[in-house]
Write a protein of this length. Structure first.
Length: 445
């Protein structure tokens, strides 16, 4: 919790593991408003003295906005609906989230999020000042929503939400929805869709400045959360969340990570459990992330590699370079294996060490692949995932019987057959490309 607590504190958000509401909050709770959309949010506070008008629009710059209970309830529901759309999941909330608007003369006071587990589930209590920056408000709502989603199934402790996930989703919502996300007095209630690329400004920035590594995103120092360094963190977190969502089954992995958080001592354990078919250790994430940054920062949303280059890169990913000892007396010699040969001839310990890296490389390639080849890249990735996930639970390395319906040998046979079928499609595409271009595309060795 140390790195997370330091990061949120630097952003003016304090997490407390129990519900403690100061007398000032109770004294100022002159009215209670329930959100009409989901009914999950309960807003406590005095109504604003500012008259409401249908003229004007909400702003998402750094200017302070004044909170009013009725409009804050609408804002909470809008943020929630936008978050559910980005995560592609239904609304199955269980715990209510109470917002207490408190009046304070202190400039930019911290926001406090209290979590408490009751017999019937989790409850959240959020203290917010009557004047707050829009991005801080959205970040607070996103943090509270993620905590509720993660704590639906209680565990030994409360869930720890990584800062990169909260900030990445916050930036994704703000740059996708824009001014429609936050309402304030004198705000019109008309929604307008914004058809923009949420990564456009991040790509421009990351071409000029270096993106943070996964380690730096995971454990940011206070210096990383101020000034230009904070803008670097925001764009890097936005890109990380966006690219994780683009992985085959990436959204399912993110949601699985949230579900596992209360069962784990830290979010890193939940992350590697949920994404085990992609990454098994930090170096796997760093390698994927380095390639992803280069690809994403160097292209616009509509850009992708040409088919010839995509096919060449796919050939490279599917080729395994290993050291083979033909006899016990000879020295190891380099050899190239197909995925099928590797899966059939090598022990599962080697599969577990090398194949997640191949899944990560395929996922990175998928984000840049030519549109005609992207589905094929996706299918290769899916086949390896479908092999690794049940195989890790099959008891292949132990003397016990397999616990999964499909035994290891059958799983290997099915995977090899699927890869053979995909290889045939790849060669058919290579021949088609050769006829189209009038050149011969060399078959990989």
């Amino acid at each position: 919790m140390g790195g997370l607590a330091v990061g949120l504190l630097a952003l003016g958000i304090v997490l407390l593991p129990f519900a403690w509401l100061p007398d000032a909050c109770a004294a100022n709770a002159d009215m209670t408003v329930f959100s009409r959309g989901s009914g999950q949010f309960v807003i406590h506070g005095a109504p604003s003295a500012a008259p409401f008008s249908a003229m004007g629009e909400a702003r998402l710059d750094n200017a302070l906005i004044r909170l009013e209970p009725a409009l804050l309830a609408v804002t909470c529901d809008r943020v929630k609906q936008a978050l559910l759309r980005e995560l592609d999941c239904p609304d199955r909330w269980r715990g209510k989230i109470h917002f207490f608007i408190r009046f304070t003369p202190v400039k930019d006071p911290p926001v406090a999020i209290h979590s408490q587990l009751f017999a019937d589930g989790w409850q959240g209590y959020v203290e917010v000042p009557d004047e707050i920056q829009p991005d801080k408000l959205v970040r607070t709502i996103v943090q509270a929503l993620l905590l509720e989603m993660a704590n639906r199934k209680p565990g030994p402790g409360l869930a720890e939400i990584p800062l990169w996930l909260t900030e990445g989703l916050t930036q994704l919502l703000m740059r996708s929805v824009g001014p429609n996300l936050v309402l304030q007095p004198q705000t019109r209630l008309v929604l307008r869709e914004m058809k923009t690329d949420p990564l456009q400004s991040a790509r421009i920035r990351l071409r000029q400045r270096q993106a943070l590594t996964f380690s730096e995103l995971s454990l940011p120092t206070p210096e990383r959360l101020r000034g230009e360094a904070w803008a670097d963190y925001q764009d890097s977190a936005l890109l990380l969340v966006h690219e994780l969502r683009r992985l085959p089954n990436g959204l399912a992995c993110l949601l699985d990570m949230l579900r596992q958080l209360p069962q784990c001592l830290n979010w890193q354990t939940a992350f590697y459990r949920a994404f085990q078919s992609y990454y098994q250790q930090p170096i796997d994430v760093e390698k994927w992330w380095a390639v992803t940054v280069i690809n994403a920062a160097g292209r616009e949303q509509w850009q992708s590699w040409p088919a010839e280059l995509t096919l060449e890169k796919l050939d490279e990913v599917l080729r395994l370079s290993v050291q083979v000892r033909k006899t016990p007396e000879t020295l190891p010699a380099p050899a190239n294996l197909t995925l099928q040969e590797f899966i059939e001839q090598w022990a599962y310990a080697a599969h577990r060490a090398l194949l997640p890296g191949k899944v990560g490389q395929l996922a990175a390639l998928h984000s840049s692949a030519a549109p005609r080849l992207a589905p094929l890249v996706y299918q290769y990735c899916q086949v390896l995932q479908s092999y690794l996930q049940p195989r890790s639970k099959s008891g292949f390395d132990s003397q016990t019987l397999a616990t999964e319906p499909m035994r290891p040998r059958l799983l290997v046979r099915r995977t090899v057959q699927q890869l053979n079928s995909l290889d045939q499609q790849r060669e058919a595409f290579r021949k088609e490309l050769s006829r189209t271009n009038g050149v011969t595309t060399p078959k990989p060795p």
